[in-house]
Design a protein around this ligand. Structure first.
Ligand code: UDP
Length: 234
């Protein structure tokens, strides 16, 4: 196994079905199966979930809602997604520790770094909800920050395309795929892999990132088993 501990970032968008909003229960079941199958390799997995399928602070601000309030709505959206995913994982027999960066004692454990690491060391699946618990951040930034804190070997960014391309592969048929790319090359080529705060945090701490297609069945398991899948940014 190449990676002992990974942090998987699942965007909220991925939770929505074709309608691009709300939660698709088929998708939830699919993610649960993919995570379980990757975990069976013995890899320690923490999953950080986004909320963009429900609320985003910036989008709410454009509709006239105060940015910080909108961001808290976005963080709560990540909890809704996380609760739904936890339920699917547990239906499939995997005990899941739901950890929240906002205090929510009735539904989740508070985020405590050492406790989180302890769960992982014991082979328990950890679901991280509510981002960093602070407005003006994205869940990409939260994913990188938490990955650093818990000592993950790599951040796995789940997307719906194969990896990093020089332009949008869903719009341009001649888009060039990168198997490997350095942080500096990504900046030079103005590739938007993560938002700038998350990207800088990754780069400054030399934390590798793999961008891959979560909808390619078995891809997650192959990555944690050490196969070359998607794009490695390092
Ligand atoms: N958010 C926040 N602080 C955080 C993480 C998230 O304020 O630490 C809010 C922010 O409004 C964001 C929303 O939660 O837009 C949902 O997260 P994000 O947009 O990153 O979700 P994704 O794009 O991954 O679905």
């Amino acid at each position: 196994m190449l990676y002992r501990r990974v942090l998987l970032k699942l965007s909220g968008e991925a939770f929505a079905g074709e309608e691009r909003i709300g939660i698709s229960y088929e998708r939830l079941d699919y993610f649960a199966q993919e995570i379980i199958s990757a975990k069976e390799t013995g890899c320690e997995i923490a999953v950080l979930v986004g909320g963009g399928n429900l609320f985003r602070g910036t989008e709410l601000e454009a509709l006239g809602i105060d940015r910080a309030s909108g961001d808290y709505m976005g963080m709560l959206a990540t909890m809704l997604n996380s609760l739904a995913l936890m339920d699917k994982l547990e239906q499939r027999g995997i005990t899941t520790h739901l950890v929240s960066s906002l205090k929510m004692d009735e539904v989740a454990e508070p985020y405590i770094r050492r406790r989180c690491i302890h769960h992982l060391e014991k082979g328990r699946l950890v679901l991280l909800a509510c981002g960093l618990g602070r407005p003006y951040f994205s869940t990409d930034t939260a994913a990188v920050q938490r990955a650093l804190e818990i000592g993950a070997d790599v951040v796995l960014k789940a997307t719906r395309v194969k990896g990093v391309f020089d332009k949008d592969p869903e719009k341009f048929h001649d888009a060039k795929f990168y198997e490997n790319i350095t942080f500096s090359q990504a900046i030079e080529n103005r590739l938007e892999i993560l938002d700038i705060t998350a990207f800088t945090l990754c780069k400054d701490n030399s934390l590798p990132l793999i961008v891959f297609n979560i909808f390619e069945k078995g891809a997650l398991k192959r990555i944690v088993s050490g196969e070359k899948v998607g794009t490695l940014v390092s």
